[in-house]
Design a protein around this ligand. Structure first.
Ligand code: ARG
Ligand code: GLU
Length: 721
């Protein structure tokens, strides 16, 4: 029996093709040929792995870009025109907006190249090539080394590889660990710095449904914006100059008008940020039961306050819309994530897996030596992390990233520090200039009245929700002096502090001298931020750092043992902000008992949601007219204009703006979100409910052409009928 089993196992190992089997996964472009292409083709994909990623010929990867670091975008014309999400271009659109030119509310359309708006600081990055450099990274690393020696060797090897890769070219290079540090890849990139805003629909289209519909299917958001990449005369990256010319990409995506139906092959090609698919049950327990609940609670409060302020005043709406979108985006995701983890019983399942794994480890002496300590050690480390992690996150939620006057006050420390030693006039001058410049950005989007409300609420919550031993001394002092009633001190504070008013701030910096330092040291906001950081540095961060880095090391072995335990499975690496391919098909889902969601929506649904009394559902008149007169152009399916669709592609934050590609390699949509029921896919993918949400490219074309009257932009695109 035993020999038979062994023979069977061997046959499996020899004949089982190393191909991935499920739609789950974010795959490495370089390895598509090896692991994925067969299944992709079975699912309908008509092209080859080389059409996706190649260093020998122009291919899709040459049209996919990392947009501004946190999003993805894709090139859709030979003249460097790119499309990404409205929420990815939001910061830029907002920067160009004021009460006079409110592009957030009214949209923006350059009617000629001259009217395109430059965006200092915005870059887009293309991948030129990638390579597995594991062997080189591990060169000289021995079993006998201590963890520190090992890290040191690896880091110096990586630096060497990076340096070599970027030598004699204009590219940048970096090496990233994959599979928790079991494998390393080198990435060589090219970044462009002159990227101009070409078009954006009004928020009533680009953000239709707002935070109410965010993370929710069925969806009707026209979440796109258009930019153009400019290059120097040599087609190479250049700083902004009016003499720059539109970048000529190696490849741009043809756009398909053919449409989508349930079951069609789809592929998403972009930059997923981070996932934790292979963590132990202890980690999921920490996220679900310790971290998320605390963070959800405090964000609920912040959002309530900001929402009320935004609804009361037009300027505050402009000032706080991006901030609020950021706050509420994670807040809502955490809620969905916890519900999903509960529904999937992820913690229980991981525990079951871990006990089976433990049995397997214990069945072999060598395995016990290598892996026997991992899980018990996780248990110890997470019991510490469960306490420290929420303290650290909650504290930043209150101070550095909560009350804005407190967070902002910290910037001045670099100037104050210059007065301690022998003052260097030149350095002081630069520090002052930097502060004045940062103040413009800060106060443009600052409302002291709203911040005061945040101050009162957050100071109170910090005192109530963290155990007293985790509260900073300066905070405790202030709390006792106002007897726990922060509203008593708030008015005076906000009327006097230099951090709550631009004029006071500028005057203060303008005349800043040695005696200003003592005045600064009496500012309550400044005192708080310094003390809180001192407190964290002394009591939280060192231990948190030690525990986290030990966990990271365990993760590497835990990954190895999982791969060894399940040899037949092809593992995809966790997302790490590198370019990945996800594939699957257009697919609806059952959201809850008795409710099945179809995989696409149309403009008809926008009209159904229309409600001028609700900001998020206030449909622009022009769109209503187009609908009433059925002025749809060629952008229809079954007589309606499609808006969004869902598929079971595995995506996460960072995939926003990613091209969604059909079996022919043509662009059919732009990824922008996931459906709420399945957002726990960052930790555990749920095949029956994890869905990515994409804008149907035909809606974007319809808006550009019929709504905005910027149809000239379509002339440069390659549109496939
Ligand atoms: N949930 C999407 C993402 O994670 C969209 C966020 C922007 N939209 C919004 N309504 N806040 O980025
Ligand atoms: N909206 C997300 C982003 O900005 C994508 C949604 C997700 O997390 O999958 O990347």
């Amino acid at each position: 029996m035993k020999t038979k089993l062994l023979a069977f196992a061997l046959t499996l190992m020899i004949f089982a093709a190393p191909f991935s089997r499920a739609d789950e996964g974010m795959w490495i472009p370089l390895l598509i040929e090896k692991y994925n292409i067969k299944l992709m083709q079975e699912k309908g994909f008509k092209l080859s792995a080389e059409d996706i990623y190649s260093v020998n010929k122009a291919c899709m990867k040459d049209a996919v870009l990392s947009f501004g670091g946190g999003c993805t975008g894709e090139v859709i014309s030979p003249d460097g025109l790119l499309i990404t999400n409205h929420h990815c271009g939001y910061g830029q659109i907002q920067k160009h907006s004021s009460l006079e030119h409110d592009y957030l509310t009214d949209g923006f359309w350059a009617m000629s190249r001259e009217e395109e708006l430059s965006n200092p600081g915005l870059t887009v990055t293309f991948l030129k090539s990638m390579a597995d450099v594991t062997d080189k990274v591990m060169e000289g690393v021995t079993k006998e080394m201590t963890a520190e020696e090992r890290d040191k060797k690896i880091n110096s090897n990586m630096a060497e590889i990076r340096k070599k890769a970027a030598e004699g070219n204009n590219y940048s290079a970096f090496v990233r660990p994959f599979y928790m540090g079991n494998q390393y890849f080198l990435f060589v990139n090219e970044s462009f710095r002159d990227v101009r805003l070409v078009g954006a629909p009004p928020s009533s289209i680009g953000k239709f449904g707002g935070d109410t519909d965010n993370w929710i299917w069925p969806r009707h958001t026209g979440d796109f914006s258009l930019f153009r990449i400019y290059a120097g005369k040599d087609n190479k990256p250049a700083d902004y100059s009016k003499d720059n010319i539109p970048y000529k990409p190696l490849y741009h995506f043809p756009i398909s008008l053919k449409g989508v139906k349930e079951g069609d092959f789809t592929m998403v090609f972009g930059y997923p940020g981070s996932t934790s698919e292979y963590v132990p049950s202890y980690h999921v327990d920490m996220v679900k039961n310790y971290l998320n609940p605390k963070m959800i609670e405090i964000r609920t409060k912040k959002i309530d306050i900001i929402d009320a302020a935004m609804n009361s005043d037009k300027l505050i709406r402009i000032q706080y819309s991006a901030k609020k979108a950021g706050l509420s985006n994670s807040w809502k995701k955490w809620i969905g994530e916890n519900q999903g983890l509960e529904r999937m019983k992820t913690i229980d399942k991981k525990r079951e897996f871990e006990s089976k794994l433990t049995e397997w480890i214990n069945a072999d002496k060598e395995r016990i030596d290598k892996y026997g300590k991992i899980l018990p050690r996780y248990a110890e480390l997470y019991s510490k992390l469960n306490e420290l992690n929420p303290v650290s996150s909650y504290t930043s939620e209150v101070f550095s990233g909560g009350v804005e006057a407190i967070g902002f006050s910290r910037n001045i420390k670099s100037l104050a520090d210059l007065y301690n030693a022998t003052p260097d006039a030149e350095k002081i001058k630069t520090a002052k200039a930097n502060l004045l410049a940062s103040a413009d950005g800060f106060f443009k989007n600052y409302d002291a009245g709203t911040d005061k409300k945040l101050f009162i609420a957050l100071m109170t919550m910090y005192g109530e929700n963290l155990a007293p031993e985790w509260q900073a001394p300066e905070y405790l002092k202030i709390k006792s002096s106002c007897k726990g009633d922060f509203s008593k001190i708030a008015d005076k504070l906000y009327d006097k502090s230099v951090f709550t008013d631009q004029v006071r701030f500028k005057a203060f910096i303008g005349s800043f001298n040695k005696s200003s330092v003592s005045k600064l040291n009496k500012d309550l906001f400044y005192l708080l931020i310094l003390d809180v950081n001192k407190f964290l540095d002394a009591n939280v961060r060192p231990e948190l750092g030690r525990v986290s880095s030990e966990i990271q090391k365990l993760n590497r072995d835990f990954m190895t043992v999982q791969m060894e335990y399940d040899k037949a499975r092809v593992f995809y690496p966790d997302a790490n902000s590198t370019l990945r391919v996800s594939y699957g098909s257009i697919k609806g889902y059952e959201s809850r008992d008795g409710v099945y969601f179809k995989p696409y929506t149309t403009v008809k649904g926008i009209m159904e949601k229309d409600n001028p009394a609700i900001y998020d559902y206030d449909v622009p008149e022009k769109l209503k007219t187009l609908y009433r007169t059925r002025d749809f152009g060629p952008y229809t399916q079954d007589g309606e204009v499609p808006v969004c669709f869902i598929a079971n592609n595995h995506t996460t934050g960072g995939n926003s703006g990613s091209p969604v590609i059909n079996a022919d390699g043509h662009l059919i949509g732009v990824n922008f979100d996931r459906a709420w029921e399945g957002v726990a896919s960052d930790i555990a993918f749920n095949p029956s409910q994890s869905r990515n949400i994409s804008l149907d490219i035909r809606y974007a074309l319809f808006i550009i052409d019929k709504f905005a009257g910027a149809g000239y932009l379509l002339n440069e695109m390659t549109i496939v009928k």
